[in-house]
Design a protein around this ligand. Structure first.
Ligand SMILES: [Cu+2]
Length: 93
């Protein structure tokens, strides 16, 4: 059985597991930062960092970030696990 098929079977078997229901529509806003990373904002207002290499990375809540167009954003939350799932699902397709 392929990995892809076992994931499908697993997600059908566990419809109540919220992580499997998560997709990129949970991200309401993605902002490119000056250093090449991206800050994603979820519907609940919390944020997660994606490095310029496309991996979910940690950032201390309250950290000030500079956007590519020179604005300043303050980090809210640190939803690294949530973003990891979104990135994983995105790359799977
Ligand atoms: Cu950040």
């Amino acid at each position: 059985m392929s990995i892809r098929k076992s994931i499908l079977v697993l997600s059908l078997a566990l419809p109540a597991l919220s992580a499997f229901a998560l997709d990129n529509t949970d991200i309401v806003k993605s902002t490119q930062l000056k250093d090449g990373s991206t800050v994603h904002q979820f519907a609940d207002g919390k944020m997660a960092m994606e490095s310029k290499f496309g991996k979910a990375v940690r950032m201390q809540e309250g950290t000030s970030m500079e956007t590519a167009n020179g604005q300043s954003i303050t980090m809210k939350g640190d939803e690294v696990a949530k973003l990891s799932v979104s990135i994983w699902q995105h790359n799977r397709n």
